[in-house]
Design a protein around this ligand. Sequence first.
Ligand code: SF4
Length: 280
Amino acid sequence: MYIRPFDPWKSKLCTCPFKYTLNVYTGCDHACVYCYITSYIPNAFRVRTKEGFLPKLERELRRFDKRYIIALSYSSDPYPTIERELGITRKVLELFRRYGVRCMLLTKSDIFKRDLDVLSELKCAVGITVTTVNERKAKLLEPNAPSPGARIRALRKAKEKEIPVYARIDPIIPLYTWEDFDKTLKALSFVSHITVSTLKLKPDSKKRMSAKFPELMERLWPLYEKGERISGYYYLPRELRFKILREAEEKVLRNGITFGSCREGYRSFPMCDGSHLVPS
Ligand code: SF4
């Protein structure tokens, strides 16, 4: 089955309402340093297509209960570089249109602007992830992803087409991207919902972060050592996390944007993931 119930990595802190998820590709070539898919997908930064994907997906969609939302995607970006050429995600969206599927799109790319014609005919909310609007830092953190500026411009175009739009500021990295939070929020102030999440490390993402950002990690890791270990992830100490989340929440709400937090044990309203934006 390609369409699967969303399983939030068995996190006991996940507050997501029930939904399905679909990964168009296996792996993701944005190669974000902090990414955790490397802990469960072999060769995670090499993108692969799936054999016979579209016909099999169409068979599943015929039987799919249309009350539910399908999220694209949670284990790989639906718009890796190769999507420009292959257009498989576009074909998936066309199938969603044919079968009246409600969906959420989340990406770190701007390629989706090519598909706004289809997206505007769907019951869909479109979201981007932006860790920081600082282009230099984003390039270091997300080496192969289109720039935050390009993502934000594409999302503005979606909004102009009256598509509900949301964003994730995720991960918030203390001493690094957290310093840019006000600017990042300002650049995203046109969206209807923002979900935030602090950096959670797995042993392999910690290794990559330490190799790429040795000085930052020298200051950051001692904080994590004092923090919690939840569902296999290293978390910041609860007090520091909640301080960041409270501040982020206050700023997001001040902009008239609904607020969500992801796997934090902190509040969200009305929904952590922005699924309330998807038309029914
Ligand atoms: S875009 Fe997401 S899935 Fe892709 S490498 Fe970055 S964090 Fe991992």
